[in-house]
Structures are given as C-alpha cells and as structure tokens.
Design a protein around this ligand. Structure first.
Ligand code: CUA
Length: 146
C-alpha cells in the first residue's frame, strides 16, 4: 500500500471512530434530556384522572376512534399534570394547544409528558395524526380554573 493511501485509510478509520463515539454520546444524552418519551408503564384500557395533591395530577388518556378518554378534565391553575397516553386501536396524535406537549398515541405503548398550567383557560387537545373518518372531530380539552 502506498504511503498516501495508508494515510488516507487511517484518517478514514479515525473519522469513523469519532463519528461512532458521537452517535453513542448523542444517544446517551437523548435518554436524559428529551422531556417526552415512551415509558415502561403498561398500556391501560381506561382513561382516568388521579389527584395526588391539590396541584398535582396524573391523567391517563386513552385515545380511541374518535375521542379521548377522559374528556374535559378540570384542574386548578398552577397544577402540574403528568400525562400518560396510549391508544386502544390505531395511531393517534395528541397535542395540547398553548403548551409544548405533542405526543403520539401508539397501541401497546405509553407516551409521557409533564405540563404545568400557569395560566387559567381552556386548553384544546387535538388528534394531529390522520386516523380515519372521524379524525377531524377527535378532540378534547383541559379546563384550567382560576
Ligand atoms: Cu385520532 Cu386523528
């Protein structure tokens, strides 16, 4: 092998090593920093609201053709809400207007997000993944009371 060839080869291998190390580093970082993720919570078949404290709630949302359960949840202003989301049938979307919560409801998995409601009002939740004939009407809301 020519000396220049050898040099190019070693450089290429070194770059590959650095590239691979960066991928591993980035993937490790993702596990820690991404605020929404798929959890190891078991998929559930019923929606529910659990209150842990006056300002701490947990909502288990079940997405189904073509509604969300539970519907129209009320929480007091200042509440921190842990949202768990799954689907009973096909893939649905889940976006809460006025927040950064944007999840996918995937059958067999549970997605998670935490949101704090600092301002009173009606927060509309829409399905943003086409899921059939009733998709455009698939919505609910969280009512944050002053
Ligand atoms: Cu559910 Cu679109």
């Amino acid at each position: 092998m020519d000396r220049a060839e050898k040099g190019a080869f070693i450089t290429a291998v070194a770059f590959m090593g650095v590239f691979f190390a960066l991928i591993v580093y980035a993937a490790k970082g993702l596990n820690i920093d991404v605020p929404t993720c798929i959890t190891d919570v078991k998929p559930f078949t019923q929606g529910q609201v659990i209150q842990h404290a006056p300002d701490r709630y947990e909502i288990h949302y079940l997405a189904k053709m073509w509604y969300f359960e539970p519907a129209n949840v009320e929480v007091p202003v200042g509440s921190t809400v842990d949202i768990y989301l799954t689907s009973a049938d096909v893939i649905h979307g889940f976006q809460i207007d006025g927040t950064n919560v944007n999840l996918m409801a995937i059958p067999g998995t549970v997605a998670y997000a935490r949101v704090k409601f600092d301002k009173p009002g009606v927060y509309h939740i829409v399905c943003h993944e086409y899921c059939g004939i009733g998709h455009q009407d698939m919505a609910t809301k969280i009512i944050v009371k002053a």
